[in-house]
Design a protein around this ligand. Structure first.
Ligand code: ZN
Length: 603
Protein backbone atom coordinates (compact mmCIF):
# COMPACT_ATOMS: atom_id res chain seq x y z
CA UNK A 1 0.00 0.00 0.00
CA UNK A 2 1.34 3.41 -0.80
CA UNK A 3 0.92 6.12 1.79
CA UNK A 4 -0.44 9.53 0.89
CA UNK A 5 2.96 11.11 1.43
CA UNK A 6 4.39 8.92 -1.33
CA UNK A 7 2.02 10.35 -3.97
CA UNK A 8 3.37 12.62 -6.66
CA UNK A 9 2.23 16.13 -5.84
CA UNK A 10 1.40 18.64 -8.55
CA UNK A 11 4.02 21.09 -9.71
CA UNK A 12 3.11 24.11 -11.75
CA UNK A 13 3.68 24.74 -15.42
CA UNK A 14 5.02 28.26 -15.88
CA UNK A 15 5.32 27.96 -19.66
CA UNK A 16 2.41 30.38 -20.16
CA UNK A 17 4.95 32.96 -19.03
CA UNK A 18 8.34 31.61 -20.17
CA UNK A 19 9.97 28.28 -21.00
CA UNK A 20 12.58 28.49 -18.22
CA UNK A 21 15.21 30.65 -16.50
CA UNK A 22 17.26 30.73 -19.70
CA UNK A 23 14.40 31.51 -22.13
CA UNK A 24 15.84 34.24 -24.43
CA UNK A 25 12.35 35.76 -24.60
CA UNK A 26 12.85 37.08 -21.06
CA UNK A 27 15.68 39.37 -22.19
CA UNK A 28 13.98 40.44 -25.39
CA UNK A 29 10.75 41.24 -23.50
CA UNK A 30 12.74 43.29 -21.00
CA UNK A 31 14.46 45.17 -23.83
CA UNK A 32 11.13 45.90 -25.40
CA UNK A 33 9.80 47.30 -22.11
CA UNK A 34 12.94 49.47 -21.79
CA UNK A 35 12.31 51.01 -25.19
CA UNK A 36 8.67 51.62 -24.38
CA UNK A 37 9.52 53.15 -20.98
CA UNK A 38 11.90 55.62 -22.63
CA UNK A 39 9.20 56.46 -25.18
CA UNK A 40 6.59 56.92 -22.45
CA UNK A 41 8.81 59.31 -20.54
CA UNK A 42 9.62 61.31 -23.64
CA UNK A 43 6.02 61.54 -24.69
CA UNK A 44 4.34 62.40 -21.40
CA UNK A 45 6.86 64.00 -19.06
CA UNK A 46 5.79 67.54 -18.22
CA UNK A 47 2.43 67.12 -19.97
CA UNK A 48 0.32 65.92 -17.04
CA UNK A 49 0.80 68.47 -14.24
CA UNK A 50 -0.41 71.33 -16.38
CA UNK A 51 -3.24 73.84 -16.31
CA UNK A 52 -5.85 72.96 -18.86
CA UNK A 53 -4.92 69.25 -19.02
CA UNK A 54 -7.42 67.47 -21.26
CA UNK A 55 -9.30 64.35 -20.20
CA UNK A 56 -8.41 62.54 -23.42
CA UNK A 57 -4.68 63.18 -22.99
CA UNK A 58 -4.73 61.84 -19.44
CA UNK A 59 -6.84 58.83 -20.45
CA UNK A 60 -4.47 57.95 -23.30
CA UNK A 61 -1.48 58.28 -20.99
CA UNK A 62 -3.13 56.00 -18.40
CA UNK A 63 -3.89 53.41 -21.09
CA UNK A 64 -0.25 53.44 -22.24
CA UNK A 65 0.96 53.29 -18.66
CA UNK A 66 -1.18 50.26 -17.92
CA UNK A 67 0.00 48.42 -21.06
CA UNK A 68 3.60 49.16 -20.15
CA UNK A 69 3.21 47.87 -16.60
CA UNK A 70 1.47 44.73 -17.89
CA UNK A 71 4.51 43.98 -20.07
CA UNK A 72 6.89 44.83 -17.23
CA UNK A 73 5.20 42.55 -14.65
CA UNK A 74 5.46 39.41 -16.78
CA UNK A 75 9.23 38.72 -16.46
CA UNK A 76 9.16 39.90 -12.85
CA UNK A 77 6.31 37.58 -11.92
CA UNK A 78 7.96 34.64 -13.66
CA UNK A 79 11.23 35.22 -11.80
CA UNK A 80 9.49 35.49 -8.43
CA UNK A 81 7.46 32.32 -9.05
CA UNK A 82 10.32 30.15 -10.22
CA UNK A 83 12.58 31.42 -7.43
CA UNK A 84 10.09 30.48 -4.71
CA UNK A 85 10.16 26.77 -5.64
CA UNK A 86 13.97 26.64 -5.28
CA UNK A 87 15.46 29.58 -3.42
CA UNK A 88 18.81 27.81 -3.21
CA UNK A 89 19.32 27.67 -7.00
CA UNK A 90 21.84 30.31 -8.07
CA UNK A 91 20.38 30.79 -11.56
CA UNK A 92 16.91 31.46 -10.16
CA UNK A 93 18.28 33.86 -7.54
CA UNK A 94 20.21 35.69 -10.25
CA UNK A 95 17.13 35.96 -12.47
CA UNK A 96 15.08 37.30 -9.57
CA UNK A 97 17.73 39.92 -8.91
CA UNK A 98 18.00 40.78 -12.60
CA UNK A 99 14.25 41.36 -12.98
CA UNK A 100 14.18 43.39 -9.77
CA UNK A 101 16.99 45.60 -11.03
CA UNK A 102 15.11 45.84 -14.32
CA UNK A 103 12.00 46.87 -12.35
CA UNK A 104 13.94 49.65 -10.65
CA UNK A 105 15.38 50.81 -13.95
CA UNK A 106 11.92 51.03 -15.51
CA UNK A 107 10.44 52.66 -12.42
CA UNK A 108 13.08 55.40 -12.66
CA UNK A 109 11.60 56.36 -16.04
CA UNK A 110 8.01 56.13 -14.87
CA UNK A 111 8.28 57.74 -11.47
CA UNK A 112 7.35 61.16 -12.87
CA UNK A 113 3.90 59.96 -13.85
CA UNK A 114 2.29 59.40 -10.43
CA UNK A 115 4.11 62.48 -9.13
CA UNK A 116 2.58 64.61 -11.88
CA UNK A 117 -0.87 63.11 -11.25
CA UNK A 118 -0.47 64.33 -7.67
CA UNK A 119 0.45 67.81 -8.88
CA UNK A 120 -2.36 68.40 -11.42
CA UNK A 121 -3.81 71.77 -10.35
CA UNK A 122 -7.05 71.27 -8.42
CA UNK A 123 -9.15 73.32 -10.85
CA UNK A 124 -7.85 71.43 -13.89
CA UNK A 125 -8.45 68.11 -12.16
CA UNK A 126 -11.97 69.02 -11.10
CA UNK A 127 -12.77 70.17 -14.62
CA UNK A 128 -11.91 66.84 -16.26
CA UNK A 129 -12.42 64.11 -13.68
CA UNK A 130 -16.12 63.72 -14.52
CA UNK A 131 -15.34 62.98 -18.19
CA UNK A 132 -16.52 59.61 -19.49
CA UNK A 133 -13.08 58.42 -20.58
CA UNK A 134 -11.67 58.93 -17.07
CA UNK A 135 -14.46 57.07 -15.26
CA UNK A 136 -12.55 53.74 -15.18
CA UNK A 137 -9.49 55.52 -13.76
CA UNK A 138 -11.19 57.72 -11.20
CA UNK A 139 -10.48 55.48 -8.24
CA UNK A 140 -6.80 55.19 -9.15
CA UNK A 141 -6.42 58.92 -9.75
CA UNK A 142 -8.19 59.93 -6.54
CA UNK A 143 -6.05 57.49 -4.57
CA UNK A 144 -2.80 58.75 -6.12
CA UNK A 145 -3.79 62.32 -5.34
CA UNK A 146 -4.59 61.45 -1.72
CA UNK A 147 -1.20 59.72 -1.41
CA UNK A 148 0.62 62.63 -3.07
CA UNK A 149 1.29 64.46 0.20
CA UNK A 150 3.80 61.69 0.97
CA UNK A 151 5.66 61.99 -2.34
CA UNK A 152 9.21 63.32 -2.49
CA UNK A 153 10.74 65.24 -5.38
CA UNK A 154 11.41 63.36 -8.60
CA UNK A 155 15.22 63.14 -8.18
CA UNK A 156 14.71 61.84 -4.63
CA UNK A 157 12.12 59.27 -5.74
CA UNK A 158 14.50 58.16 -8.50
CA UNK A 159 17.28 57.50 -6.03
CA UNK A 160 14.91 55.47 -3.89
CA UNK A 161 13.69 53.27 -6.75
CA UNK A 162 17.20 52.78 -8.10
CA UNK A 163 18.62 51.76 -4.74
CA UNK A 164 15.58 49.68 -3.66
CA UNK A 165 17.31 46.35 -4.35
CA UNK A 166 20.33 47.24 -2.28
CA UNK A 167 18.27 48.23 0.75
CA UNK A 168 15.28 46.67 2.49
CA UNK A 169 14.28 44.38 -0.36
CA UNK A 170 17.74 42.83 -0.34
CA UNK A 171 17.53 42.18 3.40
CA UNK A 172 14.05 40.68 3.08
CA UNK A 173 15.33 38.31 0.39
CA UNK A 174 18.22 37.34 2.63
CA UNK A 175 15.73 36.46 5.39
CA UNK A 176 13.81 34.23 2.92
CA UNK A 177 17.00 32.46 1.87
CA UNK A 178 18.28 31.97 5.41
CA UNK A 179 14.94 30.51 6.53
CA UNK A 180 14.54 28.29 3.45
CA UNK A 181 18.02 26.84 3.93
CA UNK A 182 17.68 26.11 7.63
CA UNK A 183 17.81 22.39 8.36
CA UNK A 184 15.80 21.29 11.40
CA UNK A 185 17.16 18.16 13.08
CA UNK A 186 14.96 15.81 15.04
CA UNK A 187 15.45 12.36 16.50
CA UNK A 188 12.65 10.01 15.49
CA UNK A 189 12.70 6.23 16.07
CA UNK A 190 16.31 6.48 17.25
CA UNK A 191 17.48 8.18 14.07
CA UNK A 192 18.36 11.82 13.47
CA UNK A 193 16.26 13.19 10.60
CA UNK A 194 16.66 16.45 8.75
CA UNK A 195 13.49 18.42 8.06
CA UNK A 196 12.56 21.59 6.22
CA UNK A 197 10.69 24.34 8.03
CA UNK A 198 7.30 23.24 6.60
CA UNK A 199 7.95 19.64 7.63
CA UNK A 200 9.08 20.42 11.16
CA UNK A 201 6.18 22.82 11.81
CA UNK A 202 3.80 20.13 10.62
CA UNK A 203 5.08 17.78 13.36
CA UNK A 204 3.62 20.20 15.91
CA UNK A 205 0.27 18.68 14.92
CA UNK A 206 1.39 15.15 15.84
CA UNK A 207 -0.79 13.31 18.37
CA UNK A 208 2.33 12.14 20.26
CA UNK A 209 3.28 14.79 22.81
CA UNK A 210 6.89 13.65 22.87
CA UNK A 211 7.22 14.17 19.10
CA UNK A 212 5.62 17.59 19.39
CA UNK A 213 8.03 18.53 22.17
CA UNK A 214 11.02 17.38 20.13
CA UNK A 215 9.73 19.21 17.04
CA UNK A 216 9.35 22.41 19.08
CA UNK A 217 12.90 22.05 20.41
CA UNK A 218 14.10 21.54 16.87
CA UNK A 219 12.28 24.68 15.68
CA UNK A 220 13.84 26.68 18.51
CA UNK A 221 17.25 25.19 17.74
CA UNK A 222 17.07 25.94 14.01
CA UNK A 223 15.80 29.48 14.55
CA UNK A 224 18.40 30.18 17.24
CA UNK A 225 21.20 29.28 14.86
CA UNK A 226 20.08 32.17 12.64
CA UNK A 227 19.00 34.50 15.41
CA UNK A 228 21.92 36.85 14.93
CA UNK A 229 21.47 37.35 11.20
CA UNK A 230 17.66 37.49 11.33
CA UNK A 231 17.69 39.98 14.22
CA UNK A 232 20.15 42.12 12.29
CA UNK A 233 17.89 41.98 9.22
CA UNK A 234 14.80 42.93 11.23
CA UNK A 235 16.58 45.83 12.94
CA UNK A 236 17.76 47.09 9.57
CA UNK A 237 14.26 46.93 8.09
CA UNK A 238 12.74 48.70 11.07
CA UNK A 239 15.36 51.42 10.81
CA UNK A 240 14.85 51.85 7.07
CA UNK A 241 11.10 52.18 7.57
CA UNK A 242 11.67 54.76 10.28
CA UNK A 243 13.82 56.85 7.95
CA UNK A 244 11.43 56.55 4.99
CA UNK A 245 8.38 57.31 7.13
CA UNK A 246 10.11 60.46 8.39
CA UNK A 247 11.07 61.56 4.87
CA UNK A 248 7.56 60.88 3.60
CA UNK A 249 5.84 62.48 6.61
CA UNK A 250 3.99 59.46 7.92
CA UNK A 251 3.50 60.16 11.62
CA UNK A 252 3.09 56.49 12.71
CA UNK A 253 4.68 53.25 11.52
CA UNK A 254 1.29 51.80 10.47
CA UNK A 255 0.13 54.79 8.40
CA UNK A 256 1.63 53.80 5.06
CA UNK A 257 0.01 50.34 5.25
CA UNK A 258 -3.38 51.82 6.13
CA UNK A 259 -3.12 54.16 3.15
CA UNK A 260 -2.20 51.27 0.86
CA UNK A 261 -5.13 49.28 2.21
CA UNK A 262 -7.39 52.30 1.81
CA UNK A 263 -8.53 51.91 5.40
CA UNK A 264 -8.82 54.61 8.03
CA UNK A 265 -6.54 53.96 11.01
CA UNK A 266 -9.58 54.12 13.33
CA UNK A 267 -11.13 51.14 11.55
CA UNK A 268 -7.97 49.07 11.98
CA UNK A 269 -7.79 50.13 15.63
CA UNK A 270 -11.41 49.02 16.05
CA UNK A 271 -10.53 45.57 14.65
CA UNK A 272 -7.42 45.28 16.81
CA UNK A 273 -9.16 46.47 19.99
CA UNK A 274 -12.16 44.21 19.46
CA UNK A 275 -9.86 41.20 19.12
CA UNK A 276 -7.75 42.07 22.15
CA UNK A 277 -10.90 42.65 24.21
CA UNK A 278 -12.04 39.17 23.25
CA UNK A 279 -8.84 37.24 24.02
CA UNK A 280 -10.91 35.54 26.75
CA UNK A 281 -12.49 33.42 23.97
CA UNK A 282 -9.06 31.94 23.25
CA UNK A 283 -8.48 31.18 26.92
CA UNK A 284 -11.93 29.54 27.23
CA UNK A 285 -11.16 27.30 24.31
CA UNK A 286 -7.71 26.24 25.51
CA UNK A 287 -9.11 25.37 28.93
CA UNK A 288 -11.48 23.02 27.10
CA UNK A 289 -8.64 21.70 24.98
CA UNK A 290 -6.61 20.97 28.11
CA UNK A 291 -9.50 18.86 29.43
CA UNK A 292 -9.91 17.08 26.09
CA UNK A 293 -6.22 16.23 25.96
CA UNK A 294 -6.18 15.31 29.64
CA UNK A 295 -3.38 17.82 30.27
CA UNK A 296 -3.42 20.46 32.96
CA UNK A 297 -0.14 22.05 31.93
CA UNK A 298 -0.73 23.01 28.28
CA UNK A 299 2.31 24.60 26.69
CA UNK A 300 3.19 26.00 23.28
CA UNK A 301 3.76 22.63 21.63
CA UNK A 302 0.27 21.48 22.66
CA UNK A 303 -1.50 24.31 20.83
CA UNK A 304 -1.93 22.33 17.62
CA UNK A 305 -2.27 18.83 19.11
CA UNK A 306 -5.15 16.96 17.51
CA UNK A 307 -7.95 16.35 19.96
CA UNK A 308 -8.86 12.72 20.63
CA UNK A 309 -11.27 11.48 17.96
CA UNK A 310 -9.82 13.81 15.34
CA UNK A 311 -8.98 11.98 12.17
CA UNK A 312 -5.24 12.41 11.71
CA UNK A 313 -4.91 10.13 8.68
CA UNK A 314 -2.88 11.64 5.86
CA UNK A 315 -5.00 13.21 3.17
CA UNK A 316 -3.92 12.63 -0.43
CA UNK A 317 -3.90 15.73 -2.60
CA UNK A 318 -6.59 14.23 -4.85
CA UNK A 319 -8.89 13.89 -1.86
CA UNK A 320 -8.20 17.49 -0.81
CA UNK A 321 -9.01 18.59 -4.33
CA UNK A 322 -12.35 16.80 -4.41
CA UNK A 323 -13.38 18.10 -0.98
CA UNK A 324 -12.62 21.67 -2.05
CA UNK A 325 -14.26 21.39 -5.45
CA UNK A 326 -17.42 19.77 -4.00
CA UNK A 327 -17.65 22.52 -1.38
CA UNK A 328 -17.36 25.18 -4.04
CA UNK A 329 -20.01 23.38 -6.13
CA UNK A 330 -22.50 23.68 -3.31
CA UNK A 331 -22.05 27.45 -3.37
CA UNK A 332 -22.15 27.88 -7.13
CA UNK A 333 -21.23 25.94 -10.28
CA UNK A 334 -19.48 29.10 -11.45
CA UNK A 335 -17.00 28.77 -8.62
CA UNK A 336 -16.13 25.23 -9.78
CA UNK A 337 -15.65 26.44 -13.33
CA UNK A 338 -13.19 29.04 -12.10
CA UNK A 339 -11.30 26.55 -9.90
CA UNK A 340 -11.04 23.91 -12.65
CA UNK A 341 -8.10 25.29 -14.65
CA UNK A 342 -5.92 25.55 -11.53
CA UNK A 343 -5.86 21.74 -11.46
CA UNK A 344 -6.27 20.93 -15.14
CA UNK A 345 -3.80 23.46 -16.48
CA UNK A 346 -1.26 23.06 -13.68
CA UNK A 347 -1.47 26.46 -12.08
CA UNK A 348 -0.67 24.89 -8.68
CA UNK A 349 2.68 23.94 -7.16
CA UNK A 350 2.11 21.76 -4.08
CA UNK A 351 5.21 19.52 -3.94
CA UNK A 352 7.69 19.56 -1.06
CA UNK A 353 11.03 20.10 -2.70
CA UNK A 354 14.44 21.10 -1.45
CA UNK A 355 15.07 24.83 -1.28
CA UNK A 356 11.39 25.66 -1.66
CA UNK A 357 10.31 28.52 0.54
CA UNK A 358 7.79 27.83 3.31
CA UNK A 359 4.13 28.81 3.49
CA UNK A 360 1.58 29.31 0.75
CA UNK A 361 0.50 32.14 -1.52
CA UNK A 362 -1.50 32.94 -4.61
CA UNK A 363 0.05 35.26 -7.19
CA UNK A 364 -2.29 37.27 -9.39
CA UNK A 365 0.03 38.48 -12.14
CA UNK A 366 -2.00 40.91 -14.29
CA UNK A 367 -5.56 40.82 -15.72
CA UNK A 368 -4.02 39.45 -18.93
CA UNK A 369 -2.33 36.49 -17.20
CA UNK A 370 -3.90 33.87 -14.96
CA UNK A 371 -2.98 33.49 -11.27
CA UNK A 372 -0.72 30.79 -9.75
CA UNK A 373 -1.07 28.97 -6.43
CA UNK A 374 1.95 28.03 -4.30
CA UNK A 375 1.61 25.45 -1.48
CA UNK A 376 3.72 23.14 0.66
CA UNK A 377 1.32 20.20 0.84
CA UNK A 378 2.11 18.11 3.93
CA UNK A 379 -1.02 15.86 3.77
CA UNK A 380 -2.52 17.29 6.97
CA UNK A 381 -6.21 18.16 7.29
CA UNK A 382 -5.33 21.86 7.52
CA UNK A 383 -3.63 21.63 4.11
CA UNK A 384 -7.12 21.11 2.68
CA UNK A 385 -8.06 24.47 4.18
CA UNK A 386 -4.89 26.06 2.81
CA UNK A 387 -5.75 24.78 -0.66
CA UNK A 388 -9.25 26.28 -0.31
CA UNK A 389 -7.74 29.52 1.00
CA UNK A 390 -5.33 30.00 -1.88
CA UNK A 391 -7.96 29.00 -4.45
CA UNK A 392 -10.22 31.59 -2.83
CA UNK A 393 -7.56 34.17 -3.70
CA UNK A 394 -7.21 32.68 -7.18
CA UNK A 395 -10.94 32.92 -7.89
CA UNK A 396 -10.91 36.49 -6.60
CA UNK A 397 -8.13 37.28 -9.09
CA UNK A 398 -10.01 35.59 -11.94
CA UNK A 399 -13.17 37.56 -11.13
CA UNK A 400 -11.23 40.83 -10.80
CA UNK A 401 -9.55 40.41 -14.17
CA UNK A 402 -12.18 42.54 -15.94
CA UNK A 403 -10.65 45.54 -14.20
CA UNK A 404 -7.69 47.33 -15.72
CA UNK A 405 -4.33 46.60 -14.14
CA UNK A 406 -4.31 49.68 -11.91
CA UNK A 407 -7.52 48.45 -10.21
CA UNK A 408 -6.87 44.72 -10.52
CA UNK A 409 -5.22 43.79 -7.24
CA UNK A 410 -7.64 43.89 -4.32
CA UNK A 411 -6.30 45.53 -1.18
CA UNK A 412 -5.01 42.99 1.35
CA UNK A 413 -7.98 43.00 3.77
CA UNK A 414 -10.46 42.29 0.93
CA UNK A 415 -8.16 39.66 -0.55
CA UNK A 416 -8.05 37.84 2.78
CA UNK A 417 -11.84 37.96 2.99
CA UNK A 418 -12.17 36.06 -0.33
CA UNK A 419 -9.71 33.38 0.76
CA UNK A 420 -11.32 32.93 4.16
CA UNK A 421 -14.77 32.70 2.60
CA UNK A 422 -13.56 29.74 0.53
CA UNK A 423 -12.36 28.06 3.72
CA UNK A 424 -15.80 28.56 5.29
CA UNK A 425 -17.41 26.75 2.37
CA UNK A 426 -15.18 23.74 3.00
CA UNK A 427 -15.82 23.81 6.74
CA UNK A 428 -19.57 23.95 6.23
CA UNK A 429 -19.53 21.04 3.82
CA UNK A 430 -17.40 18.89 6.11
CA UNK A 431 -19.71 19.67 9.01
CA UNK A 432 -22.78 18.52 7.09
CA UNK A 433 -21.12 15.22 6.22
CA UNK A 434 -20.44 14.25 9.81
CA UNK A 435 -22.77 11.93 11.67
CA UNK A 436 -21.44 11.70 15.24
CA UNK A 437 -20.99 14.36 17.91
CA UNK A 438 -17.45 13.16 18.44
CA UNK A 439 -16.53 13.92 14.82
CA UNK A 440 -18.40 17.22 15.02
CA UNK A 441 -16.45 18.15 18.12
CA UNK A 442 -13.16 17.43 16.36
CA UNK A 443 -14.15 19.53 13.35
CA UNK A 444 -15.46 22.46 15.40
CA UNK A 445 -12.22 22.42 17.41
CA UNK A 446 -10.03 22.40 14.33
CA UNK A 447 -12.03 25.23 12.72
CA UNK A 448 -11.86 27.20 15.97
CA UNK A 449 -8.09 26.83 16.03
CA UNK A 450 -7.83 27.96 12.40
CA UNK A 451 -9.97 30.97 13.20
CA UNK A 452 -7.80 31.83 16.20
CA UNK A 453 -4.76 31.59 13.93
CA UNK A 454 -6.28 34.08 11.48
CA UNK A 455 -7.97 36.43 13.93
CA UNK A 456 -6.44 36.64 17.40
CA UNK A 457 -2.96 35.39 16.59
CA UNK A 458 -2.60 37.86 13.71
CA UNK A 459 -3.73 40.69 15.95
CA UNK A 460 -1.25 39.60 18.62
CA UNK A 461 1.39 39.72 15.86
CA UNK A 462 0.15 43.11 14.71
CA UNK A 463 0.53 44.41 18.25
CA UNK A 464 4.00 42.89 18.42
CA UNK A 465 4.92 44.71 15.21
CA UNK A 466 3.49 48.00 16.47
CA UNK A 467 5.63 47.71 19.61
CA UNK A 468 8.72 46.48 17.74
CA UNK A 469 8.66 49.43 15.32
CA UNK A 470 8.18 51.89 18.17
CA UNK A 471 10.82 50.25 20.36
CA UNK A 472 13.36 50.42 17.51
CA UNK A 473 12.55 54.11 17.03
CA UNK A 474 12.85 54.92 20.72
CA UNK A 475 15.56 52.56 21.92
CA UNK A 476 17.80 52.16 18.86
CA UNK A 477 19.09 48.79 17.66
CA UNK A 478 17.45 46.01 19.64
CA UNK A 479 18.92 42.68 20.77
CA UNK A 480 17.12 39.41 19.96
CA UNK A 481 16.05 39.21 23.61
CA UNK A 482 14.11 42.46 23.38
CA UNK A 483 12.13 41.22 20.38
CA UNK A 484 11.67 37.89 22.18
CA UNK A 485 10.24 39.69 25.17
CA UNK A 486 7.72 41.65 23.07
CA UNK A 487 6.76 38.53 21.12
CA UNK A 488 6.24 36.39 24.19
CA UNK A 489 4.24 39.10 26.00
CA UNK A 490 1.84 39.63 23.12
CA UNK A 491 1.36 35.93 22.45
CA UNK A 492 0.95 35.04 26.12
CA UNK A 493 -1.64 37.78 26.60
CA UNK A 494 -3.83 36.02 24.03
CA UNK A 495 -3.79 32.72 25.96
CA UNK A 496 -4.23 34.26 29.41
CA UNK A 497 -3.70 31.55 32.02
CA UNK A 498 -5.09 28.76 29.80
CA UNK A 499 -1.71 27.85 28.33
CA UNK A 500 1.79 28.75 29.41
CA UNK A 501 4.15 29.38 26.51
CA UNK A 502 7.57 27.92 27.30
CA UNK A 503 10.64 30.18 27.28
CA UNK A 504 11.98 28.46 24.19
CA UNK A 505 8.97 29.77 22.24
CA UNK A 506 10.14 33.36 22.72
CA UNK A 507 12.26 33.43 19.55
CA UNK A 508 9.54 32.10 17.23
CA UNK A 509 8.96 35.51 15.68
CA UNK A 510 12.16 34.83 13.73
CA UNK A 511 10.49 32.88 10.93
CA UNK A 512 7.32 34.95 10.34
CA UNK A 513 7.73 36.13 6.72
CA UNK A 514 5.06 38.87 6.70
CA UNK A 515 6.65 40.99 9.42
CA UNK A 516 9.79 41.10 7.28
CA UNK A 517 8.33 41.33 3.73
CA UNK A 518 5.24 43.43 4.30
CA UNK A 519 5.05 45.23 7.65
CA UNK A 520 1.55 45.24 9.18
CA UNK A 521 0.18 42.86 6.53
CA UNK A 522 -1.11 40.61 9.30
CA UNK A 523 -4.15 42.62 10.42
CA UNK A 524 -5.65 42.00 6.98
CA UNK A 525 -6.27 38.38 8.03
CA UNK A 526 -8.25 39.35 11.11
CA UNK A 527 -10.18 41.93 9.09
CA UNK A 528 -10.90 39.34 6.38
CA UNK A 529 -12.09 36.59 8.72
CA UNK A 530 -14.29 38.80 10.89
CA UNK A 531 -15.84 40.26 7.76
CA UNK A 532 -16.41 36.77 6.38
CA UNK A 533 -18.21 35.67 9.55
CA UNK A 534 -20.69 38.47 8.86
CA UNK A 535 -20.91 37.68 5.14
CA UNK A 536 -21.35 33.98 5.78
CA UNK A 537 -24.17 34.57 8.25
CA UNK A 538 -25.82 36.67 5.55
CA UNK A 539 -25.33 33.88 3.00
CA UNK A 540 -26.98 31.39 5.35
CA UNK A 541 -29.97 33.70 5.68
CA UNK A 542 -30.32 34.63 2.02
CA UNK A 543 -29.16 31.49 0.24
CA UNK A 544 -28.76 31.65 -3.54
CA UNK A 545 -29.63 35.33 -3.89
CA UNK A 546 -26.42 36.10 -2.01
CA UNK A 547 -24.20 34.31 -4.55
CA UNK A 548 -24.31 36.89 -7.34
CA UNK A 549 -23.77 39.76 -4.92
CA UNK A 550 -20.77 37.97 -3.51
CA UNK A 551 -19.25 37.48 -6.97
CA UNK A 552 -19.92 41.15 -7.69
CA UNK A 553 -18.03 42.10 -4.53
CA UNK A 554 -15.02 40.10 -5.70
CA UNK A 555 -15.28 41.31 -9.30
CA UNK A 556 -14.68 44.86 -8.07
CA UNK A 557 -11.04 43.86 -7.38
CA UNK A 558 -9.20 46.93 -6.17
CA UNK A 559 -11.53 49.43 -7.83
CA UNK A 560 -13.21 50.55 -4.58
CA UNK A 561 -12.10 50.99 -0.97
CA UNK A 562 -13.04 48.24 1.52
CA UNK A 563 -15.51 50.57 3.25
CA UNK A 564 -17.36 51.24 -0.01
CA UNK A 565 -17.39 47.60 -1.05
CA UNK A 566 -18.62 46.34 2.28
CA UNK A 567 -21.23 49.09 2.53
CA UNK A 568 -22.76 47.73 -0.67
CA UNK A 569 -23.24 44.44 1.16
CA UNK A 570 -25.10 46.34 3.86
CA UNK A 571 -22.39 46.52 6.56
CA UNK A 572 -20.74 49.47 8.29
CA UNK A 573 -17.14 48.62 9.15
CA UNK A 574 -16.57 51.91 10.95
CA UNK A 575 -18.98 50.71 13.67
CA UNK A 576 -17.00 48.91 16.44
CA UNK A 577 -20.11 46.75 17.08
CA UNK A 578 -19.65 45.22 13.65
CA UNK A 579 -16.32 43.73 14.75
CA UNK A 580 -17.69 42.68 18.14
CA UNK A 581 -20.41 40.81 16.20
CA UNK A 582 -17.74 38.72 14.47
CA UNK A 583 -16.07 37.94 17.79
CA UNK A 584 -19.45 36.89 19.21
CA UNK A 585 -19.83 34.33 16.42
CA UNK A 586 -16.42 32.88 17.32
CA UNK A 587 -17.42 32.75 21.00
CA UNK A 588 -20.59 30.93 19.92
CA UNK A 589 -18.48 28.31 18.16
CA UNK A 590 -16.41 27.76 21.32
CA UNK A 591 -19.64 27.31 23.29
CA UNK A 592 -20.71 24.68 20.72
CA UNK A 593 -17.42 22.88 21.27
CA UNK A 594 -17.97 22.90 25.04
CA UNK A 595 -21.49 21.50 24.59
CA UNK A 596 -20.33 18.81 22.18
CA UNK A 597 -17.57 17.87 24.61
CA UNK A 598 -20.14 17.49 27.38
CA UNK A 599 -22.55 15.49 25.24
CA UNK A 600 -19.80 13.09 24.19
CA UNK A 601 -18.50 12.82 27.75
CA UNK A 602 -15.11 14.07 26.62
CA UNK A 603 -14.68 16.69 29.31
ZN1 ZN B 1 -4.33 34.66 2.10
Amino acid sequence: MTTASAEVLPTWDLSDLYAGVDDPKIDSDMDDVRTRAHGFEEKYKGTIEIDGLSASHLATALGDYEALLTAEYKPQAFAALIYSTDTGDAARGALLQKTREFGSEIAAHLVFFDLEIGRIPETSYDAIIGAGELVPYRHYLDHERRAAVHNLTEPEEKILVETANARGRAFARLATEVNSRTVFRIELDGETREKSQSEILSLLHNPDRDIRRKAAESVTGGLSENAHVCTYIYNTLLHEKDVLDRLRSYPSPEDSRHLGNELAGEIVDAVSDACARNYGIVADYYRLKGRLLGLDDLTHYDRYAPIPGEDTAEIPFERAKSVVVESFAEFSPRMVEMAGPFFEKRWIDAALTEGKRGGAYCAGVTPKHHPYVFLNYTHQPRDVMTLAHELGHGIHDVLASDNHLLDYHPVLPMAEAASTFAEMLVFDRLRQELTSDRERLALVCSKTEDTFATVFRQIAMYRFEQQAHRARREEGELPTERFNELWQQNMQEMFGDSLKLGDDHACWWLYIPHIVDTPFYVYAYAFGELLVLALYARYQEEGDSFVDRYFELLSAGGSRSPSELVERMGFDISDPNFWQGGCNLIAERVRQAVELAESTGSS
